[in-house]
Design a protein around this ligand. Sequence first.
Ligand SMILES: *[C@@H]1O[C@H](CO)[C@@H](O)[C@H](O)[C@H]1NC(C)=O
Ligand SMILES: [Zn+2]
Length: 331
Amino acid sequence: MASKNLQNIILLYKIILICGLCLVYSKAELQRFEHPIKPDGSLSILVVGDWGRRGAYNQTEVAAQMAKIGDQVDPDFIISTGDNFYEDGLTGVDDPAFEESFSNIYLGPSLQKQWYNVLGNHDYRGDVLAQLDPILRKKDSKWLCLRSFILNTDVAEFFFIDTTPFVDKYFNNPKDHKYDWRGVLPREEYLFNLLKDLDTALKESSLDWKIVVGHHTLRSAGKHGITFELEERLLPVLQENNVDLYVNGHDHCLEHISSPDSPLQFLTSGGGSKAWRGNVRPWSPEELKLYYDGQGFMTMKLTKYDVYIQFYDVFGNILHQWSRSKGLYFV
Ligand SMILES: *[C@@H]1O[C@H](CO)[C@@H](O)[C@H](O)[C@H]1NC(C)=O
Ligand SMILES: [Zn+2]
């Protein structure tokens, strides 16, 4: 009997603790930004990932090709899917890698637009607060990096998600790497909070196109493959809320995987510099629309009714294109 009472007391404490945490959680909200669309009602975007190598491994060539295609498509902004600075992020706000891998590389006039960056696992190996520091925006106004945030446009809503803290091995088996978890701990609170905020924001979103951007893969035939922690915790939120596209990097390739059972498309743009050639796992050919294990980038064009995706290699060849229309209501 005594132990039953004790159990009840423990349960009560647990409930109080959870309610307390809920109060803390409910205060957090994802920061929102607005970006205007073109007067013709469209939005044009370049997407690149896994890039910062001081120009090496064709980073400069990819940047030059992005600038060329950028001249044609006139991007409204650029999305970076993370792993912004190799191997170990930035050492601080004065790390010359910021100029050597970013400002001095993406020089084309068409690339002087707002960049919306997320963090990758390599970024967490450096001074993570440096990449988030407003000082970098003063050094180069096109830079903007936050952990998780929302970007509103008149045709689509973009949800940028910090995926590195989801991955167990960076905590349990970091090997020789030191991860900068400032602002992330306690981890479970951070993840719970993030998923809840994402879910709430997705449910509130009134726009037809919902696009989620993160560094890690959800579906990939590349070296890293599926990120199981994200498959377990993030994927159900995306499916439940009818997200159209999940855009990521991490695997150093260009890749498009479709879903057999939902409209959700998985787009990997991780070809910003070093690519892993010859590293592909078996994947159902009905789902795998593109796997290119070389360098390049992706473009996206959106209107209220259409989304149009293209993947480019380092020479500017179109490797793959895909489009979808919806909501063609004539009123
Ligand atoms: C640069 O790109 C070319 C063309 O895709 C490729 O043949 C070459 O191996 C790449 N170099 C590096 C270092 O990745
Ligand atoms: Zn990565």
